[in-house]
Structure formats: C-alpha cells, structure tokens
Design a protein around this ligand. Structure first.
Ligand code: DX5
Ligand code: ZN
Length: 224
C-alpha cells in the first residue's frame, strides 16, 4: 500500500543566494519535505553543498529534511547530516560496499534510512535489506544535474518497486527523482510512487512555485 502523496522540492533548482527564503516558501506552499542534493564531484560530476547548509536552513522550515547523498563513502558523513537536522538520509547503493551497515548507522543516528538506485542499477540489490529501509529512491535521470529528461524505462522499475514493497509488507516510501513534471507525474504516480522530488518543474515554473506544486499534486492524485 502506497503512503499518502508527498512532495520534496529540490533546492538544486532554487536560487542558491536565497536558500532561506526558498525553503520557507516551499513549506508555506504545503510541500511536506525539502530535498537536498549533496554532490561531491566524485560520485557525480557536480559539486553542491554539505551539512552546513542543512543546519543553516533548519530554522527556516518545518518540512521533513530529505537528504540525497550523491557522494562516495557516505558513511563518513551520516552523523554530520543527522546532527544538522536531517529527517531522511538517502545513500546510493552504488556508493556503499557495506550497504546494510550504512543503513543501520543511519537509523541509529535517529534519521530514516533511504537507498537510491541509479537508472542502471537493478532493484534486486535491495531484496535482502528491505527490513533496513525506510525509503527507496528510484533515480529517473542519471544523477548530477537538475532539468534533465525523465527516462521512460523507469516506469516498469517503479511498478516493480511498488510490488516488492507491498510483497514484503513494507511501509517504506517510494520516492522518484529526476524529470518529474506535469507530463510525467501521472504515469509515475500510477506506477505506485508516493513521494515526488521536483526541481525545475517547481522552481522554474512560469506561474510560480505554489501553482506548480498544486498542479503536480492534483495530477498525481488523479492518476493513482
Ligand atoms: C539530480 C538530483 C535531483 C534534481 C532533480 O541528480 O538528484 O534531485 O534536482 O531535478 P529536476 O526535477 O529538475 O529533474
Ligand atoms: Zn535528488
């Protein structure tokens, strides 16, 4: 059973000089989460920001802080992000030699534990750690940049992830990240995702963030 629909706007597409304002605006528009794309220039080609930005923004928003670590050796930074105010810490399966250990480290830190999968990584890598997971993040673009096009072959993968979670009676969130917009969100919601990251579709919408969020929310709701 999918969870209620929720949204995690990605700060990657917001104004880097106005993070505080944009975090506040996002929460006031009703977004349940705020998505932080942490990139190290190694796991992905781009570099963004670290735990300092997360802790600086904590007083500006009551949304759940959803930290997407696109970094190598993420275990080295779990404690820092937890201390900074992370509610969910998601690591890439591809970046963890000892994934189960990292997931339990995240839970011990007090945060919810998420695992992200790149487009080429098969779902079955999660089969034996489902009990340690609070969130599966299906990447629907290759990570590193905002504003890329949704990879359509991801739809069957989202559907299979829904079946996997339901089969295990897991209440974990099923989050989708990359190319989520008014054209793609219907089929993603229909496939069983319940948490949606969106960057350019929200922060770059000509009619504004709040309009874009409510449009995406109603498209997702009616496609379920
Ligand atoms: C990509 C990031 C995404 C990105 C999504 O590596 O993980 O969170 O901000 O941006 P859009 O929604 O523009 O595809
Ligand atoms: Zn992300």
């Amino acid at each position: 059973m999918a969870n209620p629909i929720s949204f995690s706007p990605s700060l990657l597409s917001s104004d880097f000089a106005a993070f505080g304002q944009d975090a506040k605006m996002s929460a006031e528009a009703g977004a349940e989460l705020l998505h932080f794309d942490v990139m190290d220039g190694h796991f992905v080609p781009n570099i963004t920001f670290g735990a300092g930005v997360v802790s600086a923004l904590r007083p500006h928003s009551n949304a759940l802080f959803d930290i997407h670590l696109m970094i190598e050796n993420p275990d080295r930074y779990v404690a820092d992000f937890a201390r900074a105010g992370a509610d969910i810490i998601t690591v890439h399966a591809e970046a963890c030699t000892h994934l189960q250990r990292v997931l339990s480290m995240i839970r011990q830190s007090g945060a919810k534990a998420g695992v992200a999968l790149n487009p080429h990584t098969p779902l079955c890598i999660l089969e034996n750690v489902l009990g340690d997971i609070d969130l599966i993040l299906i990447m629907t673009v290759n990570p590193g940049f905002g504003g890329q096009s949704f990879i359509p072959q991801s739809i069957p993968k989202v559907r299979a992830a829904r079946e996997m979670l339901d089969g295990a009676q897991s209440k974990a969130w099923l989050e989708v990240d990359g190319g989520v917009n008014s054209t793609t969100i219907g089929s993603i919601a229909n496939a069983g995702a319940d948490m949606f990251v969106a960057g350019s579709a929200l922060f770059g919408h000509p009619q504004g963030f709040e309009f874009a969020l409510s449009e995406l929310r109603s498209l997702a709701g009616s496609a379920r």
